[in-house]
Write a protein that binds this ligand. Structure first.
Ligand code: HEC
Length: 355
């Protein structure tokens, strides 16, 4: 890996390292963000659930204090039980009306009871355990989480339902004291023997788990899309800046160095002028390129000087050689001999002339 990085080009190296951080960062933020968003979505759905439970309790309260007193007398006289007198009934009916709104169709409300008047309110094992937990811990005011029912994943919010007033015990205390019409309709098997302040049920709001995960997905996709876009732009920008500010000038300097090394500078400064776009910069590369230009000029002029000196030296050497050659010839015995002979000849001619 290190040798690979050592041999890769600067731009690619930066991109690879950034990409590595990018992928790592994406995974990390994905995990962290999805956790956080899940928590937020759960809290939000839970808050809605608790709000609904509070609303149902208001409906229950209204029935207890306003509707029931009006109709209580008729419960004794009429053979047919009047369900409108029952808080649990009004809560259920109001919730059904609420559910008829398409946006809330998937919401489900249940008063999960250990010993219910109506069999349909019987708590299943899971709900019974929640009721037990509320009973064991009076401080506990809500529980929420996920569970699977018939293969469907559901999110639930639960609150304890306790017998808060004596009026409840009229129908849920001793069956003998209960209105006749009630026992006629529901029998005496369930929903009796409850105690004041006893937690008898857990009020449950169920919502399909997708409602939670959908919200998470939407938020997560938006945030991650922005994150990825920003990171991709950052990588692109760094690459662009790197290429324009570092890699290009370095390449130009390398090419110039190559020319200097091969002694191919033209001398008119055209190659040096290519660095002009960098030399004006105040950063390190600007400084380097200025030094580089100066160095190139000096190397060039020294080279030229050297060449001239060599040329002169060569001429001097040539002249010395010529002189040496002449001296060699004039110093030779043959030449001396020839000179003597020529001298003798000259003398002879002179003597002949004098006679
Ligand atoms: C007039 C009689 C009456 C009174 C008063 C009354 N209830 Fe009920 N309650 C019923 C009947 C009947 C049902 C069954 C309704 C149904 O069909 O779901 C019921 C259902 C319930 C349920 C659902 C579980 C089950 O038993 O089916 C709970 C919980 C409950 N009542 C709690 C209370 C509380 C708490 C009060 C006091 C605020 C109260 N009730 C007052 C008659 C009464």
């Amino acid at each position: 890996m290190t040798s690979f990085l050592k041999n890769t080009r600067l731009g690619l190296k930066f991109t690879l390292v950034l990409l590595l951080f990018f992928v790592g960062g994406t995974i990390l933020s994905w995990v962290a963000l999805s956790r956080a968003l899940e928590q937020i979505a759960e809290d939000e759905v839970n808050a809605k659930g608790l709000l609904l439970i509070a609303t149902m309790n208001a409906v229950r309260g209204y029935t207890s204090s306003h509707v029931n007193p009006l109709l209580a007398a008729r419960l004794e006289t009429e053979p047919e039980f009047i369900p409108e007198t029952v808080p649990a009934f009004s809560a259920r009916e109001v919730f059904e009306t609420f559910r008829s709104n398409e946006a809330y169709q998937t919401f489900f409300y249940k008063e999960a009871t250990l010993n219910p008047t109506n069999e349909r309110n019987l708590a299943d094992d899971f709900e019974a355990e929640l009721v037990q937990r509320f009973r064991n811990n009076p401080e506990l005011k809500e529980i929420s989480g996920f569970r699977t029912v018939n293969g469907q994943s559901l999110f639930y919010s639960a609150r304890p339902l306790a017998i808060g007033s004596e009026s409840c015990l009229r129908c849920h205390g001793d069956p003998a004291a209960a209105p006749a019409s009630l026992t006629n309709t529901y029998g005496t098997d369930g929903g009796f023997g409850w105690q004041l302040n006893e937690v008898v049920a857990a009020q449950m709001i169920y919502v399909p788990a997708e409602r939670v995960s959908d919200t998470v997905w939407i938020s997560l996709s938006i945030v991650m899309a922005v994150f990825i876009l920003v990171f991709a732009l950052v990588i692109l920008m760094i690459n662009l800046l790197l290429r324009r500010n570092v890699i290009q000038p370095l390449g130009q300097m390398a090419a110039l160095a190559e020319l200097i090394g091969a002694d191919k500078l033209s001398g008119d400064g055209s190659e040096l002028a290519r660095l002009d776009n960098v030399t004006g910069r105040g950063d390190e590369l600007g400084q380097l390129s200025r030094v580089f230009q100066r160095m190139a000029r000096e190397v060039y002029s020294r080279e030229q000087q050297l060449k001239q000196q060599v040329q002169q030296l060569r001429i001097q050497i040539d002249e010395v050689k010529k002189a040496q050659d002449v001296a060699q010839i004039t110093d030779s015995e043959y030449f001396q001999d020839l000179q003597q002979k020529a001298g003798a000849l000259r003398d002879r001619r002179k003597n002949r002339g004098e006679k």
